[in-house]
Ligand binder design. Sequence first.
Ligand SMILES: [Ca+2]
Ligand SMILES: [Ca+2]
Ligand SMILES: [Ca+2]
Length: 467
Amino acid sequence: MRRTSLRAIGALTAAFTVVGLTTAVPAYAATGPNIKVTAKAQEGRWLPGDAIPIEVTVANIGDTTANQVKGYSERESGAYFTVDEASWGDLRSKDGATYAPGESRTYTLKGSVYTLNEGNPVLNIDVSGPEEADYSDNRSLITVGLLSPATTDRVAGVLYGDRDEDGKFSPGEGLAGAEARLIGSGMSEYLVAITDAEGRFAFDAVPVGSNVSWHFEKLPDGWVTGYPPSLRVDGSGQNTALEGRAIRPLTDSLSAKISLDKTSYAVGETATATVTLTNVGAREVTGLYAGCDPGGFERGLEIPQTQWGAFSYMNKAGKVAPGQSVVLKVTGTVPAKAGAYGETGLDCWFDNDNSLSSGPYAYQNAKVPGARADSRGQLWYDKNGNHRLDPGEGVANTTVALSTTDKKLVSLAKTDANGFLTFTNVAVGVYRLSLLGPWRTEGSGETIEVVASPYNPGQWTLHVVPR
Ligand SMILES: [Ca+2]
Ligand SMILES: [Ca+2]
Ligand SMILES: [Ca+2]
């Protein structure tokens, strides 16, 4: 409201000033505070998200103190432009700024755009207070010059396999035939370039963006790389000597093996696992730690981290000398969930923080027999072809065989009028389903997992088709 009324007065004053000029009366002759504002957006290769500086100089050219001086920006046209509130300083304080006669200060506003596609923002920077003597010079119209969205840039570099492990691209280390991939936020698909005989790659026309991701795929001979930091691509040509570093996988030198003291356990029993890590490489492997149950199944042995000693996730200090094996004995209890699934074990990755997750993985399973459960499911045929199970699509009166994964028959059951069947009191574990009669499964055979409560996954469904 206040701004509107100030503007209205400003317009009147401006009109008056024009009249005044024709009669050669200087505009600044009026008595009172008289703020004058000049503003300019800094030039640059601005992209969405950049903090674009706008220099605003505010002076009181009047003959009395200007109080309650406040600043605003208003967009006339172009892309939406947000100005960081704090960058206005005292011009946005509760009481506004105070300027003595002749005083001048400069502010650096910081603002940003979300897109390059709506044109250069044109803004009015408006600074004024009450009792302003002359509103004609209190606004400054500025244009923020963004990069054209059609701007492209060259991005190029080399992919090297750091064979001598010096962290640098050394002669002869270029890796040929890998895919360099690059994508920016506005791009619908990856740009792909293949590295040449020297490992070099180039993208000639990458659309500008402040956050362009790049990485490599299909590296030769098992080399591994990580994801390098994303690039700012702004047409300045600053990304034409990129270096992508690849390393040999940790599995080249380190192998892992896990064995358990028994092949079968009861829930709550303590099991001992023997973990053997062997370094067949020429250098010591350090910083090692075990990361177990990476799939998060929670059926494996519950081994306290302290059992791993230097190889625990907290310590990350395991070492294996070249040509040596380290044998770790760890003990853990068999959780209740293992009983419901009929299976426990230990599965772990062995890595260090420099391996780019290329360390060895090892596992050993064991049975946890005893639990039995019912397994209920439904056979159905997609009569109307809508890829959904609809009422009336159950396949009735069909016999299904439940067999072990090594094809020993365990149980037979027949579907009811709606296609439902139940295998009752089956030992928990993984089984195969096969159909007798005029129906068959679409694949070569289906497996189901029989699990005891409370982990029972509920009813299964199996889509079948006529033989
Ligand atoms: Ca003024
Ligand atoms: Ca090197
Ligand atoms: Ca259907």
